[in-house]
Ligand binder design. Sequence first.
Ligand code: SER
Ligand code: ZN
Length: 498
Amino acid sequence: MEFRLKGSFKCSKDVSEVFDGIEAVFADANKTVLTKGAPHGEGASSRLLGIESGRVEFEIKSGRYVRAHDALLRLKKALSAYLGKEHHIGVRGVEVDAFTVKIPSDEPPKPMKIPFVREISYNAGMINLELELSLKELEDRVPDRIIRLIEEKIAKKDFGGKSEHWELLTESEPKKRIFNKDPTEEMIKRRWLIHGAVRGQWIHGIQITRIFRAFERIVVDEILKPLGYAEMIFPKVVGWDVWKRSGHLKGVYPEIYYVSPPQSRDPELWEDVINYYRVTQEVPIDMIRERMGDPIGGLCYAQCPPFWPFLQGQTIANESVPVRVFDRSGTSHRYESGGIHGIERVDEFHRIEILWLGTPDQVVKQSKALQERYKKIFDEILELEWRSAWVTPWFMAQEGMSGLSEKGEVGTIDYEAILPYNETWLEFQNLSVNGDKYPKGFNVKLQSGEELWSGCSGVGLERWAAAFLAQKGLDQENWPDRFSAIVGDVEEGAVRLV
Ligand code: SER
Ligand code: ZN
C-alpha cells in the first residue's frame, strides 16, 4: 500500500523568513514522529516543497504503517510546537491538494461511488484512489475507512465469491425416506396454509400453526426451561442507531423492509388522499409517498439487535451472568427478492431468538449446552436427517476474528436438514458465538472487568416445519410418536370448505 499526499499548512503570519527552521522540523520529523510505531524503514517521509508567505507546502509519502494522513497530523503538531514556541506563530489550517492511495489487488475494482473519492483507477496490480478531503475528514479517520471498505471488497472476492467458509461438524444417521414431495405444495392442497396478501407471506392455518406451537413447546421444555432462559419481548421496529451498533448498517440495506411514519397525523395533510380513495377506490400511492416521513429504521431483521439497548451503557453484576433470555414475540422480515420459495424462503417469518451473554468461558459453555439439546431434539423427537457445520462468515474473517473462528470459539454453526424432494440441504437454524461484537457495539461491561461475550441462536419455525414435513410428510400417522403426541390431533378444528 502506498500513500502520497501533497498539501500546505496555513500559518497565522508570513513564515518565509524561518525557512531553515521549518526545514529542520521536517528533517527531524522524518527521523522521529513520522517513523514512530512503524517497523524500521517503513515510516512516512515528508518533504518541504516551498514557502510562500504564510503557506508551507509539503509532500508526504508513506506505506501502510504511519499512513500519510496520520503523518500529516503528526507533522502539523511538530510544526505548531516549533512555530508557536520560537516565533509565536500558529498553524491555522491545512489544505490537501492531492492525496492518492494505491492498494494492491489482483483484479480491477468495479465502478463504484465512495464519498471523498474523486477517482478510482486500476493499473499494474494496484487500485489507485484519488481522495478529495479536508482536515476534518483526516482527523475523523475517513481515509482509513475508505481503505478498509476497499480492502473488504477485495477480501470478499478472495473469499471465492462464497459468503462463508463451511466445515462439517456433526451428521445424523441417514433416515429412511418416506416422502418425496415439496411439503409447501402439499400443504396448499390441504389448505394448511395459503399465500398471504403481500409478497413472501403466508396465512398459516390451524394445522401448520399447531405444528409451530408444538415446536415452541419443545424448545421451551427441552431447552429454555432446563437451561434457565427467561422470556423477554424485543421491539420489532428497529431504529438506525441499533443497526449502527450491531453492525448491520454495513450492508443490510437491500434486504430491509423500511419503516416510515407519516409526516404528520394532521387529518388535513391526509384529506386529499382520503378523498381520492373514496371517489376512485384506488390507492393513491404517489400521494401517500409524498406524505410519508423519512424512514426511522426497518422491521425486525435479525431479532437480537433490538434487545441490546436494554443493556446499553450498563455494567452487569457478576451474579447475573450468564444472562439467558429469549424472544418469540413477533415476526422477522427480509426482502428476499427473487429467492422466495415455499415456506422456507419468505419475507415474513417466525423465529424464537435465544440470546446469552457472559464471560467467554460461560458463553462457549452455553453454546455447547445448546448444541447438545438441539441434537437430542433432532435425533429423538423430530427424528430428522440433519447435519451441522461450522461456518465463518466472510465478514468475521475480515474483522480479524478468523483466528478465534479456527479455534472453534467465535463463529456460527448452521444446522441443515435434507429435503428429499430435491436432495438439497436446507439451513433450518443457526447458533452463533459472537465474541465481544455486541457488548462492544452497545458498550456493555461486566462488573468483574472480565471480557464480555455474547451468543445467539435463531430457531426458525418455518424452517423447522419445512425440514420436518419434507422428511416425514403431512400424514400424522407417519410422524415420530413423541412429536405426534406433543402436537395432538393436527386436524382438530380445521375449517372445511365446500
Ligand atoms: N440473530 C441471528 C440471525 O439473524 C440468529 O437468529 O441470524
Ligand atoms: Zn441473534
